[in-house]
Write a protein that binds this ligand. Structure first.
Ligand code: ZN
Length: 107
């Protein structure tokens, strides 16, 4: 077979994946959510009051954001008695945050 002279045209990202990715990045479009994600980026789970303290956001605002972050599958919740503990939903969520931070910091 002769070598390819031109690379194949990449397939356009399908509309559904594009919409889901846009939705994912919307999760990062709020400074309170970013600080909550940052507070969880050490990999340790935290409850609402610990997150409020670490992210400097009110507890009611944290609770509100956690609902959205769970819906977007960025955080996972674990119930223990009356407490709910949150952590980031997988290493690639941590990586998304850290890559973004690296990008804004390298100037
Ligand atoms: Zn960069």
């Amino acid at each position: 077979m002769p070598p390819r002279t031109r690379p194949a045209k990449p397939a356009a990202l399908d509309e559904r994946a594009a919409a889901q990715l846009a939705e994912l990045f919307r999760a990062f479009s709020d400074t309170s959510r970013i600080r909550i994600i940052s507070a969880l980026a050490d990999g340790n789970e935290k409850n609402v009051s610990a997150l409020a303290e670490a992210a400097d956001v009110s507890e009611s605002a944290v609770s509100h954001h956690m609902r959205g972050l769970r819906q977007m599958r960025l955080v996972r919740a674990r119930k223990s008695g009356r407490q709910v503990f949150y952590r980031l939903d997988g290493d690639h969520v941590v990586a998304l945050f850290k890559q973004g931070l690296d990008h804004v910091r390298h100037g």
